[in-house]
Design a protein around this ligand. Structure first.
Ligand code: IMP
Ligand code: MG
Length: 194
């Protein structure tokens, strides 16, 4: 089930979503997307947010039957400016005109909601015909701005998770499941008091 689990031993506290559960959620979301796009003759762009969404989007796009184009953007959010929540675009879409396109933004996880609320607004301002959002994981309890995604794999509690594209310090992205990172990895002092 979780082939690489042992490689990381004590770093992973528990498996939150197994490869099988991820596959089921991805199949369900692909079905929802196909149903919503039934009869649609517009161009559809599945837009992955680098790097975290890469694994999820690769699996999702293979299950969606509606023809879609793919593209990517890369953004950075600045935790140093918590109050304003600045999001910076590092890699933009290489398209001038979105006016004939329906965009489905694909994320790995939604936390404060800042990244996706900024991006949906940005894509709408750039003329997208519609903007929908899709995330494998959602931590609704962490919201700083109001944001409700259209497609969600699973809502999870406020825990730091890794694997299936999600990283801690660029590590663990290649794990085939989603796991909770042990506190001893990112907050060793707190972990001692647990
Ligand atoms: P938001 O703008 O706060 O919603 O930020 C979402 C981004 O924060 C995601 O795309 C991830 O890159 C990162 N993130 C939030 N929670 C986690 C987590 O538990 N593990 C790994 N990355 C996370
Ligand atoms: Mg991300």
């Amino acid at each position: 089930m979780t082939e690489n689990f042992n490689t990381h031993g004590a770093e992973i506290e528990k498996v939150l979503m197994s490869a099988e559960e991820i596959d089921e959620a991805t199949t369900r979301i692909a079905g929802e997307i196909d149903r919503d796009l039934e009869g649609c003759s517009d161009k559809v762009i599945m837009l992955g947010i680098l790097k975290g969404s890469v694994v999820f989007m690769s699996d999702l796009m293979k299950k969606v039957k509606t023809p879609v184009e793919i593209d990517f953007m890369k953004v950075a959010s600045y935790s140093g400016t918590e109050s304003t929540g600045r999001v910076e675009i590092i890699l933009d879409l290489n398209r001038q005109d979105l006016s004939d396109s329906r965009v489905i933004v694909v994320e790995d996880i939604i936390d404060s909601g800042r990244t996706l609320s900024y991006l949906t607004e940005y894509l709408r301002l750039n003329g997208a015909k519609s903007v929908k959002t899709c995330t494998l994981l959602d931590k609704p309890s962490r919201r700083v701005v109001d944001f409700v995604p259209d497609y969600v794999g699973r809502e999870i509690p406020d825990e730091f998770v890794i694997g299936y594209g999600l990283d801690y310090d660029e590590k663990y992205r290649t794990l085939p499941f989603v796991g909770v990172l042990a506190k001893s990895v990112y907050a060793p002092d707190e972990a001692k008091n647990d």
